[in-house]
Design a protein around this ligand. Structure first.
Ligand code: G3P
Ligand code: CA
Length: 339
């Protein structure tokens, strides 16, 4: 009893979230299968459902605040189009070589963004989530950290478009680290994982913070900062060795480990051999995201057997995984028994 009390007191003092000695359930954009993504409601529900870690993707406002959005264009996930006062801010920009039209976080102050409300990104697939449209604000990173600390879970922030934002004078790495310091979470043992699809900002972050760094890898293409010829090259034995110089782990697209029903690759074993942990993304319940053998019927939005899909990856040795469905994710993780 005394030992338990001591352990709890230590946990409270350090702010350390749940032990991570088993595969971790990372709530991708919160419980985004059940609520509009990147809202405090989505993160809260994810924690209720058993997530170990909540994932905010981060972009800056005009006045330098970090907010949780998957991209800086906010027309798809907020009601900004209904706000006549912001109609003139609709514009076209080139982000990482791609033309994008809409409204951008960097053109809004935090106070202005706070007048918007989130909406479901995938209304065709997730129609029951549209009942929450218009209810929730865009959260700041500080609010996400506060929630995580209060509920004793970890965070897994992703820097979105770091080179683009640095080029327009709104670099996100320094404010991100400042927020971690402010929270007392700039420590090697903090329940924090910093991720990026780019390489150079992660390498820079290595010199700025002690927390775990995760190199994201996609099934195609190359990092937007031009630091490597392709993600495929980064996933080779030599590439993984390079990553291990600055990162604690990799976050590969799940297809890089097992593409649908195809035979698995050797990526998990290769990464482990390089000393890297492996957290694949993204496990989603709907048929359209499932391997053919795990679909239920043919309707795209009907749920397939995502827990089995997760179990397949756990059997390949992954150390955690991103999911829009933390309830199913935690269940799959808890039921899994290694052979
Ligand atoms: O960060 C892991 C996973 O979230 C990467 O994909 O596009 O959902 O940020 P994305
Ligand atoms: Ca992400």
């Amino acid at each position: 009893m005394i030992l338990l009390a001591l352990a709890l007191a230590l946990q409270a003092a350090t702010g350390q979230a749940a032990a991570m000695d088993r595969p971790i359930v990372i709530a991708h954009r919160g419980a985004s299968g059940y609520r509009p993504e990147h809202t405090l409601a989505a993160y809260e529900l994810a924690i209720d459902q058993g997530a170990d870690v909540i994932e905010p993707d981060l972009v800056p406002t005009k006045d330098g605040a970090l907010v949780a959005r998957h991209e800086n264009e906010i027309g798809e996930t907020t009601d900004v189009a209904k706000h006549a006062e912001f109609a003139a801010r609709r514009t076209t920009k080139t982000i990482d070589g791609r033309e994008v039209t809409g409204w951008f976080t960097e053109d809004f102050t935090l106070a202005e963004l706070k007048t918007l409300r989130a909406k479901e990104r995938l209304p065709q697939l997730r129609s029951s989530n549209t009942r929450y449209d218009g209810r929730y604000e865009i959260p700041t990173f500080a609010e996400v950290i506060a929630l995580a600390k209060r509920r004793r879970v970890g965070i897994y922030p992703e820097t979105k478009h770091p080179t683009y934002f640095a080029a327009i004078g709104l670099g996100t790495d320094a404010p991100l680290v400042a927020a971690l310091k402010q929270a007392g979470w700039d420590r090697a043992d903090a329940p924090v994982f910093l991720q990026s699809f780019e390489v150079k900002n992660l390498q820079a972050l290595k010199g700025m913070t002690k927390v775990r760094l995760i190199q994201l890898l996609d099934a195609g293409g190359a990092p937007a900062d031009g630091a490597a010829p392709s993600y495929a090259a980064m996933a080779t034995t030599a590439g993984l060795k390079e990553i291990a110089r600055y990162a604690w782990g990799i976050g590969p697209a799940k297809a890089m480990i097992r593409d649908g029903d195809a035979a698995p690759s050797t990526l998990v074993a290769d990464a482990h051999a390089a000393g890297l942990k492996v957290h694949p993304w993204t496990f989603r319940a709907e048929n359209v995201f499932q391997p053919p053998s795990l679909r239920t019927g043919s309707e795209p939005g009907r749920h397939g057997r995502v827990e089995e899909e997760i179990a397949r990856h756990l059997a390949l040795g992954v150390d955690g995984f991103f999911t829009d469905f933390p309830l199913e994710g935690a269940r799959a993780r808890d039921r899994f028994r290694p052979r």
